[in-house]
Design a protein around this ligand. Structure first.
Ligand SMILES: Nc1ncnc2c1ncn2[C@@H]1O[C@H](COP(=O)(O)OP(=O)(O)OP(=O)(O)O)[C@@H](O)[C@H]1O
Length: 362
């Protein structure tokens, strides 16, 4: 990414913590992301005499109903595995005269996509402990978001930030997120193609937060394979790729998802043998417990996919409960895992009786 730097004065910088509004000098010095709607730059803010940051400042055109949800949701959330919004302000761009919303968030060094690519390029597998650590934190973020009714709707490795030296993970990009209301339709054309749940592919409008759980399954598989698991060249071929692992979708699933669906059914098996053998063949490096988890997450029927609390309680994560160390990439020595069990009362309420399985016994 480019290193073009720019400085400007923002008049209405609002602190997300205190709600106080101040004028601050903004110094953007490195572009770190470019998305469909805007750019993300690394920046510092001059608060009185003190430079604060670095922040990741996401700039999106102001006043579009679609994007204003991102600010609303980031203001609502407060969780160790969800990116924190520190400040926000609007500013008129000198380049095109348009007003942009700026979201200044805490900055993490990498995306999970880059982390996976790094192992891929070195022809090395991601250590299973890292996969467990990252998966657990995504599921913990989902437990929190879904309990608030918030569906992220764009789970993929480039929207997951990590600090490989500490193992900390945070979900970012709430540009597609929405608070889903029961019985209210939502657009089905969301989520990046490789990570779209099967009900979205067939045009379901009454979906649930379980579409994010499908995305999580795809992300776990991608960490194991170091490439996206379902890579269809168009939305319908995407369904075919899924059928190559799960077997054909059944008619009831298609009807429940979208009674008007008229696309191909892929009803002929695309492989011989049992589905469990297929999972074993494709994703064997997950180990027995990993395969068991994946087979309960990558499921056609959204209501049969594990919920976040059941994912956290799964035996796949016992390793994290027993041994508090991991060896970061590029480091010779083990370090402590980040805090994984410091649940808030809100999380404890959602976890309920499963807490004995989720938290370590000591
Ligand atoms: N808080 C952050 N810390 C570090 N990097 C970040 C942060 N937020 C975003 N990025 C980087 O910027 C990229 C784009 O951010 P984001 O996904 O929020 O923007 P977007 O416009 O919605 O992009 P897209 O259309 O690709 O989803 C991320 O993939 C990541 O590389």
């Amino acid at each position: 990414m480019s290193t073009q730097s720019s400085e400007f004065i923002a008049n209405d910088v609002t602190s997300n913590r205190s709600n106080g509004v101040k004028q601050m000098l903004v110094k953007e010095y490195k572009k770190i992301g470019e998305g469909a709607f805007g750019t993300v730059s690394q920046a510092k803010l001059l608060d009185g005499e003190t430079w604060i940051g670095p922040f990741a400042i996401k700039k999106v055109p102001a006043q579009t109903e679609y994007k204003s949800r991102e600010l609303e949701i980031l203001r609502l959330t407060n969780h160790p595995n969800v990116i924190t919004l520190e400040y926000f302000f609007t500013h008129k761009s000198p380049k095109d005269g348009k007003i942009y919303q700026h979201l200044a968030m805490e900055c993490l060094p990498e995306t999970l996509q880059l982390e996976i690519r790094c192992y891929h390029n070195s022809m090395l597998e991601l250590p299973l402990k890292h996969i467990k650590l990252y998966t657990y934190q995504i599921a913990r973020a989902m437990l929190y978001l879904h309990a608030l009714g918030i569906c992220h709707r764009d789970i993929k490795p480039s929207n997951i930030l990590v600090d490989p030296s500490t193992g900390i993970l945070k979900i970012c990009d709430f540009g597609s997120a929405k608070k889903l209301e029961p019985q209210q339709p939502s657009v089905s054309y969301i989520c990046s193609r490789y990570y779209r749940a099967p009900e979205l592919i067939v045009g379901c409008q009454y979906y649930s937060t379980q579409i994010d759980i499908w995305g999580l399954g795809c992300v776990i598989a991608e960490m194991l394979l170091r490439k996206p698991i379902f890579q269809g060249d168009d939305p319908i071929l995407q369904l075919r790729e899924i059928a190559k692992l799960l077997g054909p979708p059944d008619k009831r699933f298609l009807f429940n998802s979208n009674p008007k669906y008229v696309g191909p059914l892929f009803s002929r098996p695309l492989f011989s043998g049992k589905v469990s053998q297929r999972f074993q063949k494709v994703l064997g490096n997950a180990g027995e417990k990993g395969i068991d988890l994946l087979m309960k997450v990558l499921v056609y029927e959204p209501e049969n996919r594990l919920s976040p609390r059941r994912i956290l309680a799964h035996e796949f994560f016992d390793d994290l409960r027993i041994d508090n160390k991991f060896v970061p990439r590029g480091s010779p020595n083990p370090v402590n895992l980040p805090k994984l069990f410091n649940f808030s009362n809100f999380e404890l309420d959602v976890i309920g009786e499963l807490i004995d399985r989720v938290a370590p016994s000591h």
